[in-house]
Write a protein that binds this ligand. Structure first.
Ligand code: GLN
Length: 534
């Protein structure tokens, strides 16, 4: 039993059923039995990666250590498993086609007609198997984005069919569907599930396990019926019921025996396998569910209508609040609507203010208003990415009296009349797609809030931005009390700024939210919430 095993998670009936959470939960359960697991996401869209997608379309763009702009499901995988993902953990149709076309141009196909089958499907299979080929993992869990029956998903489902055939017991397929409850009839309906499985079967794929998403308990009778209609054993039909927090899902799926069924189907003798060990996780979930006292945090951003746009930040805040024995009360504030007239009303009662990352000019005025208010009223304030840049510019304008302070990004039409607090990315850096992306080191000065937070002098955090603090102004900032406590020494770039005289005022150019997990919450968020409480 030393070969890597492949598990596929497909979805039917509707999107947004939480395939990513089910895939991550299974990964967690297998990991908690001592297996080495990685999760992968295949996205059926044509974009090369989600870097160019508007957050309204697809939620947040997650960034891996190796600087890949990835689907937000990779964030779930990392938060659940605590294992770093990489570029190979997220593949899109665009990348598959790009690879195939590059090979065609190089002449790799030796004059053959290049086709969806076998060339595209071979490339898909190669990308799936590449994760297992180095022997690093016992299980590769691959989530197929989209819904079965979509035109876009066809080559992926076909690849899964072929792999199931090639790998036999070393491959299984989990299909996630939805069982709606009709309140007028007071009945749970399985017909959509039957149809969805039929669609898979028409494409030559027989699921081994069915997970039924539901808002009401599904009794054994209904499970038996689904089993009978779908050619799946009754013990392999299970439910995933709505829960108040996604962190409950692995525990519920353990109750449903998802891990046991998967292992049994792959030929393991379950009595010989270590039991699930996840005390820390359970402790976290219990804390999360019992915390009563609230901590009120305002999140100032321009995409707040779609909370998924700030997924990792929100989860980091939830984790940090939980570890501080508090219930997170998050106020999402649309930065476009925040101004001098309403700022008092909106922010005075907040324990802490977080200014979100972002791109472009829309909504920045409200962010200036928020950081100024936090600075002047001694409210703990964390600025991330653009948030840190706004903190710098606001300080220059209102404390250093540099009225023209700005950044070229926000002054698109008049780049030369401003005092450019943020410098455009220096070309000496390893620039991926015009941005500084992925993990970079940062040295922390000892006498600083940052050092209290991290407790170490050298850290590494993930980046995704184009502009950098302009070193020309460093001295005047520091003389006025805004110190640059974190520096990337390799390229002499400011990574962290903090206001000495303030209770807790910290701006970070990087994204700590990508590194916060359930078992290892990020110290910046932990410390921010602690300051907000006191
Ligand atoms: N738009 C800014 C830049 O490119 C900030 C990006 C971010 O928030 N990470 O520098």
């Amino acid at each position: 039993m030393d070969k890597t095993k492949y598990i596929f998670v497909t979805g039917g009936v509707t999107s947004s059923l939480g395939k990513g959470i089910i895939a991550a939960s299974l990964g967690k359960l297998l990991q908690a039995r001592g297996f080495r697991v990685t999760n992968q996401k295949l996205d059926p869209y044509i974009n090369i990666n989600p870097g160019t997608l508007n957050p309204y379309e697809h939620g947040e763009c997650f960034v891996t250590v190796d600087g890949h702009e990835a689907d937000l499901d990779l964030g779930h995988y990392e938060r659940f498993l605590g294992v770093e993902t990489r570029k190979s953990n997220n593949v899109t149709t665009g990348r598959i086609y790009q690879n195939v076309i590059n090979k065609e141009r190089r002449g790799d196909y030796l004059g053959k007609t290049v086709q969806v089958i076998p060339h595209i499907t071979d490339e898909i299979k190669r990308n799936i198997k590449s994760l297992g080929s180095k022997g690093e993992f016992d299980f590769v869990i691959t989530e197929i984005g989209g819904t079965v029956g979509d035109i876009e998903s066809l080559p992926y489902i076909e690849s899964v069919r072929q792999l199931r055939w090639e790998l036999g017991k070393n491959c299984i397929i989990i299909h996630l569907t939805y069982v709606p409850y009709l309140s007028a009839a007071k009945e749970l309906k399985t017909k959509p599930t039957q149809h969805s499985v039929k669609t898979l079967q028409e494409q030559g794929v027989q699921p081994d396990v069915l997970v039924l998403r539901t808002e009401h308990n599904i009794n054994q009778e209904i499970r038996n019926k689904v089993a009978l209609f779908c050619n799946v054993e009754p013990y392999a039909v299970m439910q995933s019921i709505d829960v108040p927090s996604i962190y409950r899902v692995p525990l519920n799926m353990q109750q449903e025996k998802l891990d046991e069924v998967v292992l049994t189907k792959m030929g393991y003798d379950i009595s010989q396998i270590a039991p699930v060990k996840m005390e820390k996780w359970i402790e976290f979930v219990e804390k999360l569910e019992t915390a009563k006292e609230e901590v009120r945090i305002a999140l100032i951003g321009k995409y707040i209508q779609l909370p998924d746009a700030y997924k990792s930040i929100m989860e980091s805040l939830i984790q940090a609040a939980t570890y501080n024995n508090r219930k997170l009360k998050l106020e999402m504030i649309l930065s476009d609507k925040l101004n001098d007239e309403n700022v008092e009303k909106k922010l005075a009662k907040m324990d802490g203010i977080l200014v979100a990352p972002g791109f472009g000019v829309r909504g920045v005025e409200g962010k200036f208003t928020a950081v100024k208010y936090a600075r002047e009223h001694n409210i703990p304030c964390l600025g991330i990415g653009l948030g840190m840049q706004i903190m710098s510019i606001e300080f220059a304008r209102n404390v250093l009296d540099m009225r023209e302070a700005n950044t070229t990004e926000l002054e698109v039409n008049t780049p030369y009349n401003i005092i450019d607090i943020m410098d455009e990315q220096k070309s000496v850096l390893d620039i991926k797609g015009g941005m500084r992306l992925g993990s970079y080191e940062c040295s922390i000065s000892k006498d600083s809030l940052a050092y209290i937070i991290y407790g170490q002098e050298l850290i590494s955090e993930r980046h995704r931005h184009r502009y950098e603090f302009n070193n020309k102004y460093k001295e005047s900032f520091e003389n006025a009390g805004m110190i640059c406590s974190g520096i990337n020494e390799e390229s002499n770039l400011v990574e962290i700024i903090e206001l000495k005289s303030h209770k807790w005022y910290l701006g970070v150019q990087f994204h700590p939210e990508y590194r916060s997990t359930v078992v290892n919450p990020h110290p910046i968020f932990i410390n921010f919430i602690r300051a907000a409480i006191n």
